[in-house]
Structures are given as structure tokens and as C-alpha cells.
Ligand binder design. Sequence first.
Ligand code: ZN
Ligand code: ZN
Length: 357
Amino acid sequence: MSSDIPKEMKALRVLEAPSKYYSLETVPVPRAEGSKVLLKIGAAGLCHTDLMVLEGSFGSNLPLVGSHEPAGTVVALGEEAETTGKVKVGDRVAALLPKDVCGKCSDCKFGDWKYCGFSKYGGINTDGYFSEYALVEAKHCVVIPDSMSFEQAAPLTCAGVTIYAAIKKANLKPGEIIAISGLGALGSLGVQMAKAMGLKVVGVDARPEPLDLARSFDLSPNLVIDGSKTSPEEAVKEIIKLRPEGYEGWDGVDATILTADPLSSHQFALSLTRRHGQVILVAQPPELHFDFKNFIFQDLTLSGSLHGNEVDLKETIDLCAKSGIKSHIEKFSVDDHKLMIDQNQKEDRKGKIVLTF
Ligand SMILES: [Zn+2]
Ligand SMILES: [Zn+2]
């Protein structure tokens, strides 16, 4: 390990769950071994999942460093990481959350390792990235362009790649219509990405701040629907106007992505989706309630979508860099970590919270 890497570092750890806050501690800097590389963290995002870890929802082994959204500079390579040539010391990278995928299960061999049931997830069941230095897998790193800041790159590793993979899963053609229900961290990136991919985009939320934020983007949705003021019937009438002249087909959007937890938002979004359309779930509410009529009489298909792999992350980063897609960021320093959690609870919050070092 290079001599300018210190022996100790500051880290935000979950000591016991449920806890309201992290504990700011001094811990040893981990060593880069095997297939892993050591990052000097530039920025790490706070995600809804981090709050679930603090609440104890995952039964994680504690103590644990929080966050699963890292971006930083490679400062040391494990022996294997050196031979793969995937990254080198000095590279600015964003990295995906899993560590230690098993390499042996059916998904690692034939499917997509993101479904590996044996992997450890940084910030969830192994140390994450709210620390000055942290380990990531070399193969899960993607080099970011010089034009992209660490605080813009960090949210792409979970929120960004998750919504990107969900849009890709909808498999729509340019000109077709996608609705993104919930314009928080995922949804506000998603409306910009879907627009950049040539889709017509309907953004749906019921809170004024996220609606205003979506309207302010250069890549703003073709239609913004305030679910607190609009009936599904009125919304569908507006959606019909997005179709080209002479359109023959069903009324409503071709696919809908559910990014928000409130059950009322799901029912509203299903009512906007055309017959034989698709609904893709990325939200993780404690329970789901759907009306069978939407699935039987509307012939909707519901599927879930998990984050993404390194190919998806590379595509996400390229798309955001090329199209100037940005998250609305609120930055906090490690010493202001309690303020960061308090700010996250606020009703009128919009965009993404990121810890910077
Ligand atoms: Zn996340
Ligand atoms: Zn596996």
C-alpha cells in the first residue's frame, strides 16, 4: 500500500439497529486484496435503503459502514485486480454495490450476477462507503469522464443504474410513451434519461417540490401530472394528446415505472397505463395492494427490476455525460452527518443527498 494512504480514517457506522443516526468513528483503512481495489472516496450517496439499514429492516451484522453508492479515486489494487487491467491507480471511478459475488450459482454462471443470492452488498451486509477510503470490486468499477463530478457520479451507482435498467426493461421504441410515477431521486433521473433515449415521458407525483424540479430540467417530461389535483381520466385525456396524428391504438401510456412507495400512487399509475401495457416495480414498499381488475381486464404485465450490472452502469454514465443529465444534489460533510439524516426526513425535500469527502 502506498505510503500516503493513512492507517486510520473517519467512517459513519451503524452501531445498533434501530438507530436514528450513524456514529462518527475512527477505524482502520482496509487493505486492497485479491480482486478488490481501494478507493479514496470522493462522494457517497444516501439512499432509502440506508435508512432501512438504520431501522434494522435487513437484520445486518453490525457494526457496519453505511452507503452503497460510491465514487472516488483508485489508490491501491489487490493482486488479482492488478492483472485484470480493469482499472489503474489514479482512475476516477463509480462502482456498483455488490462485493464477493459467489461466481458459482446459476446466475453468476448463466444469468446476471446481480441476482446472486450469496453476494455481499456494501452498506447492507458488509462495510459500505461513508468512509474516507473503501474497497470495491475492480470489475464493478466504471471510469467516469473528467466532466463528471464525484457527487454526480455517486447517485448513478444505485438510483441512476436502477432506473436506467428499468427503462431498458420496458423495451419501448422511440416515440412510445413511458410514465415515471414518483419523481424523487430515481424518478427525476429517470424522466431525463427516458427523454434522452427518445421516449415521450409522463412524470407523475403528488408533491409540489418534485413536480417543480421535473419541470425545470432541460430534458423535462412531455407531460407532468400532479396526482393530487388530477383524476386518472383527465390524465389519460392529456396523454392521448402526446400521440402522433393518426395514431391507432389504446389510450394511456405504453409502460409505467413505479418508483414511489405510497400505495395510492400505484393505483393511479396503473389507471394511466394502456391495455396490454407494462408496469415495472422498483419501489420497495412494506406491502403491495393491487386491484385484480387492472391485471385481468387491462391485461397489464407487472415485473420487478433490480439495480444493474457493470454494462448498465457504463451505459448510464455515458448517457448522463452525453446528455447533461444531473441529479439535484444536497451535499453534506462527514461532520454534519446528523444534519444529513434530519434533512432527509423533511417533507419538502427534493433530489439526492450526497456525503462528500
Ligand atoms: Zn440504493
Ligand atoms: Zn452467485
